[in-house]
Design a protein around this ligand. Structure first.
Ligand SMILES: Nc1ncnc2c1ncn2[C@@H]1O[C@H](COP(=O)(O)OP(=O)(O)OP(=O)(O)O)[C@@H](O)[C@H]1O
Ligand SMILES: [Mg+2]
Length: 289
């Protein structure tokens, strides 16, 4: 069976919709399912880096690769979790916007750096965490990806936001021949859902009507344990595995795997429950396949 790396950009120009939370918990849940995962933190806020338990480190980010100061393989860092690695971020990554702006190869620069990693097929999944703006970092992550996963809250103007991603980023990338014709929004995930509100129901139904199967069945509920986990430097699925947020992200990861299979071509059998995370995952890492 051929192993082929799948690359997903988690993006939404709107801030605070759950992009980073989705990246770290999807990555963590996939790693527990024995998939090898690389998170690429392309947000100078470095929230994904910190949420995966890493300290920000000056000079260790995609910026160093863009400036030709470091090899990509040297920037990839292990996390405290098996199968889960990260290209970290730090505040200096902000300079990458300017660096990219002055370069002719601005949109394809990250893809060019990452191509050897994809070709090495070391990872089953590469997941980009994008900053909340239509800048060059977000655009270059999209240009490097196979598809986009859009986390969003069930709010008014949800469809307009999705339309902006397609109109302002995806279409120009296609017009420029920088992505394939079938590139686009591959998934929409509702986050911080409060199903008790009529608005949430109306919005999710409306988006589903327009985007159909692209919208994930799984929804992530608003859950306080999810918001507490980052300050402990842990994805919620390790921080509090029995919380509603952790359960929802595990269910989402299974749905994601069914929709984005790699070397494990068969759908994940229902019987393959995620291994029970240890209290301190770094002390007792999950058993690799
Ligand atoms: N399901 C949830 N329940 C409760 N709080 C959540 C949930 N998902 C995310 N949060 C919290 O909401 C805030 C925003 O989430 P997150 O950082 O993932 O969004 P983001 O889209 O990455 O933000 P930014 O655009 O700034 O990068 C964080 O404090 C996070 O802990
Ligand atoms: Mg974020």
């Amino acid at each position: 069976m051929t192993k082929k790396t799948k690359i997903i950009a988690v993006a939404n120009q709107k801030g605070g919709v759950g992009k980073t939370t989705t990246v770290v918990n999807l990555a963590a849940a996939l790693s527990r399912q024995h998939r090898t995962v690389l998170v690429v933190d392309l947000d100078p806020q470095a929230n994904a880096t910190c949420s995966l338990g890493l300290e920000k480190q000056g000079g260790v980010s995609m910026l160093s690769c863009l400036m030709g100061e470091m090899e990509i393989a040297d920037v990839i860092q292990p996390t405290p979790y098996d199968n889960l690695n990260v290209i970290p971020s730090e505040i200096d990554l902000m300079a990458a916007e300017l660096e990219l702006a002055r370069r002719e190869d601005r949109v394809g620069a990250v893809k060019a750096i990452m191509d050897p990693i994809r070709e090495s097929q070391v990872f089953d999944y590469i997941i980009y965490d994008c900053p909340p703006s239509f800048g060059f970092l977000m655009t270059s992550a999209l240009a490097a990806a196979d598809s986009i996963l859009v986390p969003m809250q069930a709010e008014f103007l949800a469809l307009e936001g999705l339309g902006n991603i397609t109109g302002r980023v995806v279409q120009p990338l296609k017009d420029a021949g920088l992505v394939g014709a079938d590139f686009g929004i591959g998934g929409v995930l509702f986050t911080m859902v409060d199903n008790r509100t009529l608005l949430a129901k109306q919005v999710t139904e409306e988006v589903r009507k327009h985007f159909g199967d692209v919208v994930y069945e799984t929804q992530i509920p608003r859950n306080v344990r999810v918001s507490e986990a980052p300050s402990y430097g842990q994805p919620v699925i390790f921080f509090d595995p029995s919380s509603r947020g952790a359960e929802a992200y595990r269910a989402f990861a299974k749905e994601f795997l069914r929709r984005n299979p790699t070397r494990f071509e068969d759908p994940v059998p229902a019987s393959v429950a995620p291994a029970a995370p240890a209290e301190n995952p770094s002390a007792e890492p999950p058993v690799a396949q």
